[in-house]
Design a protein around this ligand. Structure first.
Ligand code: SAM
Length: 286
C-alpha cells in the first residue's frame, strides 16, 4: 500500500492525457500543486480508518493517485462521464486489482458505498449539499471549499460568519480549517481563495430528541438574524412548525430571548429547540 517515496502521476500529464482543460461552469478546477495534493490525505485524523476512502469529484485523478497510496481502497464519484471514462482507463490496474472503483454519477444522487473516510476537492457549486450528505454519516472528512464557505462552517457564535452552516456542521463534527489554498494551486483558477476543512465526527455536547426539527429550527431562526430571539421565534413559527410560539417564548429565559440568533451557542440552540419541539404541531419523526 504505502511506499517510502511514492512516485505520483504528474497533474499536468494527467490533464493532457485526459484531453480536458477543466470547465469552471461545471465546477472543474483541477489541483495542480503537488505539495497541496501530497498534504491533503495527511489531514485525516491520525486514528481515521483508511480502509475505504471516498473521493467526491475525481477530475483527472491527481488526488485519486495520492489517496490510493494512503488507503486500502478508494471509491471515486465523478459526474462528468468523459472524466469518469478517463479515470477508468488511467487507473485500469488499480480497478482490476480491486483497490479502486469509479462511480459515474452525481454525488447528490448516487448510492454511496460504506466508506470509512473521505478526502475530496469538492465541486463548489454543491459543497453544502454534499457536505450535509456526508456529515450525518459520521466519518472523518477532509474537504476543500471556497474559503468564505469554510470560514462560515467553522465560525464561533458572536462572529459575523456564524450562522446556520456553523451550527449544523458542528452538530456532527469538530470542524477546523487546516489550510488556506490560493487560486494558483488550481487550473483553471477559481476566482476566490479556497480552504481545507477537517471534520472529526463526534456526538454533540447536548441532547436533541428530534434532529430534523433542531436543524429546521436553527435554519428558521437564522432567517431573522437581525431580530431578537423572541421575535425570530414568533416570526418563523411557520418555517419551524411551532403551533404556539408564545408558549415557547413564555418558557424561555429573558437572557436568551433578548439576544440575536448569532449570539446563541449550538448548545443554547439545542436547549431552545427542545422547548420549541414540545410546542410544535409536527408529530415525532416527521
Ligand atoms: C474541484 S474539481 C476536483 C477534481 C480533482 N479531484 C482535483 O482535485 O483536481 C471537482 C470535480 O467534481 C466533478 N463534479 C462536479 N459536480 C459534481 C457532482 N454533482 N457529483 C460528482 N462530481 C461532480 C467535476 O466534474 C470535477 O471533476
Amino acid at each position: 500500500m504505502t511506499d517510502a517515496t511514492p512516485e505520483f502521476r504528474d497533474p499536468d500529464d494527467l490533464r493532457r492525457r485526459a484531453g480536458v482543460r477543466g470547465d469552471p461552469d461545471r465546477d472543474q478546477h483541477f489541483l495542480v500543486d503537488d505539495r497541496v495534493l501530497d498534504r491533503l490525505p495527511s489531514y485525516l485524523p491520525e486514528e481515521a480508518d483508511r480502509s475505504h476512502v471516498l473521493e467526491i469529484g475525481g477530475g483527472t485523478g491527481a488526488l485519486t493517485d495520492r489517496l490510493l497510496a494512503a488507503a486500502d481502497r478508494v471509491t471515486v464519484v465523478e459526474r462528468d462521464r468523459d472524466l469518469a471514462a478517463f479515470l477508468r482507463e488511467e487507473f485500469a490496474d488499480e480497478i482490476e486489482g480491486g483497490r479502486l472503483e469509479i462511480l459515474a454519477g452525481d454525488a447528490l444522487e448516487v448510492d454511496l458505498p460504506p466508506f470509512t473516510a473521505s478526502v475530496s476537492n469538492l465541486p463548489y457549486g454543491v459543497s453544502s449539499e454534499i457536505s450535509f450528505r456526508l456529515l450525518p454519516l459520521g466519518r472523518p472528512l477532509v474537504l476543500m471549499f471556497q474559503a468564505e464557505f469554510a470560514d462560515r462552517m467553522v465560525a464561533e457564535s458572536g462572529t459575523a460568519e456564524y450562522g446556520r452552516l456553523s451550527v449544523s456542521a458542528r452538530h456532527y463534527a469538530d470542524v477546523q480549517v487546516v489550510e488556506r489554498i490560493p487560486p494558483e494551486a488550481f487550473d483553471p483558477q477559481p476566482r476566490v481563495e479556497s480552504a481545507v476543512v477537517r471534520c472529526a465526527p463526534r456526538a454533540p455536547d447536548y441532547e436533541v430528541d428530534d434532529e430534523a426539527f433542531f436543524l429546521r429550527f436553527v435554519k428558521a431562526l437564522f432567517t431573522q438574524r437581525r431580530k431578537t430571539v423572541r421575535n425570530a421565534i414568533r416570526n418563523t413559527a411557520h418555517i419551524s412548525g411551532i403551533a404556539d410560539a408564545d408558549a415557547v417564548v413564555a418558557a424561555t429565559d429573558e437572557d436568551v430571548l433578548s439576544r440575536r440568533p448569532g449570539e446563541l451557542s449550538p448548545a443554547s440552540f439545542a436547549a431552545l429547540a427542545q422547548v420549541a419541539r414540545g410546542a410544535s404541531d409536527i408529530g415525532p419523526g416527521q
